[in-house]
Design a binder for this molecule. Structure first.
Ligand SMILES: *Cc1c(COP(=O)(O)O)cnc(C)c1O
Length: 385
């Protein structure tokens, strides 16, 4: 397999070329799916390719997709995992009992509840901070004891922004690393390393793959330091690897990321514009609207405003209308997840369960790449039904 160091610089070209793959042996322009779990040694008992010996550690198909992702983020290395949750868990498993973690109150529901249980079982400290409140992160840090600060921006499901540069400065000042869940943004919209983050996390299930047919996670490191080695070792020993076929699908999905994101963001802008001020809608939550509390930070650190938006319905305190709308749309599929080419609608409070802090009148929309007018008509019809 050929390295991609000589690939063109613009991310769009680099992606379209799949990271510049060309098989040295036969000229194939698409990488093969390497199913082999093990790699035989040569006559002198040396590895034929020193980079691969057993697929729980490395496999050429993961390595190729990882190189594309690392380069896209501007990081040193990337690691793929069997799910987003497995990637996040690998990061937290590198901490030791007694260590302190600071995490945003506004984050993916599944990870927040896993993290609460994890710190309890393993004797770590956890303080949640509210990115909407000035001074909240600074007050949550325990200088010298806090090892990791976890942020998500824009965050589920109200798309609040966290100022990455400010968070990095505070985290570093306390001796902690900053990890940024950038699932909703993608590296084409936010590049957290440029703002000082140390680790970037993705549920690659979402926009990176983009076709709702792979569950995968990715962790990208700005540098290959000792903290990075611990995460690498955690994957190799813990074994939460992505299968070669899934890594290959993810690589294929990445080749159109720029086109998918551009179209989905365009559609999201059209929807935000149409439903902002609609009689049945109390509020549209999308960072591109100047009324959104994160708008100023979004303009500073994002290139575009993402393709996720939420609607708060008017006069719907118990969410009955929201659930009805989510079961009436036809173009928007009533399914969980996000970032696929098809649009999804979700009543998050139902999915998150009784301890969910999500407003009951909130509908989360993952905007796909369909015709914008079809999407608008579909929602109008469901809201008026
Ligand atoms: C989906 C998601 C996760 C979890 O990833 P999985 O691939 O479902 O394990 C974490 N963070 C965010 C923001 C997500 O959307």
């Amino acid at each position: 397999m050929q390295a991609d160091d000589d690939a063109p610089t613009a991310p769009e070209t680099f992606l379209a070329h799949g990271g510049g793959f060309r098989d040295a042996a036969n000229g194939a322009v698409v990488p093969p799916i390497e199913l082999s779990s093990t790699y035989a040694r040569g006559a002198d008992y040396a590895l034929v390719d020193p980079g691969v010996h057993y697929s729980r550690d490395e496999n050429p198909t993961y390595l190729h997709a990882e190189r594309v992702l690392a380069r896209l983020e501007g990081g040193a290395r990337a690691l793929l995992f069997s799910s987003g949750m497995a990637g996040a868990a690998a990061i937290f498993h590198t901490l030791r009992s007694g260590d302190h973690v600071v995490a945003s109150l506004l984050m993916y529901h599944g990870l927040r509840s896993w993290l609460k249980g994890f710190v309890e079982r393993y004797g770590l400290g956890l303080t949640l901070f509210d990115p909407r409140t000035d001074g909240s992160l600074a007050a949550a840090l325990r200088p010298g004891r806090t090892r990791l600060v976890w942020i998500e921006t824009p965050s589920n499901p109200t798309w609040e922004l966290t100022d990455i540069a400010a968070a990095a400065e505070l985290a570093h000042g306390a001796g902690a690393l900053l990890a940024c869940d950038s699932t909703v943004s993608t590296p084409l919209v936010t590049r957290p390393f440029e703002h000082g983050a140390d680790l970037v996390f993705h549920s690659a299930t979402k926009f990176l793959n983009g076709h709702s047919d792979v569950v995968a996670g990715a962790v990208v490191g700005r540098v290959e330091d000792e903290a990075w080695t611990r995460i690498r070792t955690e994957r190799a020993r813990g074994g939460a690897i992505l299968g070669p076929f899934e890594a290959w699908l993810l690589h294929r999905g990445l080749r159109t990321l720029h086109v998918r994101m551009a179209r989905a963001m365009e559609n999201a802008a059209r929807l935000a514009e149409r439903f902002d001020g609609h009689a049945a809608v109390e509020r549209v939550l999308w960072p591109g609207l100047s009324s959104h509390p994160g708008h100023a930070i979004a303009k500073k650190q994002m290139c575009g405003f993402g393709a996720m938006l939420s609607l708060l319905l008017a006069d719907d305190p118990e969410g009955a209308r929201a659930r009805r709308v989510a079961s009436t749309t036809r173009c928007f599929l009533p399914a969980t997840s996000l970032g696929g080419v098809e649009s999804l609608i979700e009543h998050r409070a139902t999915v998150e369960g009784p301890d969910s802090p999500t407003p009951k009148n909130l509908l989360r929309l993952s905007v796909g790449i369909e015709d914008a007018d079809d999407l608008i008509r579909d929602l109008e019809r469901a809201l008026e039904a």
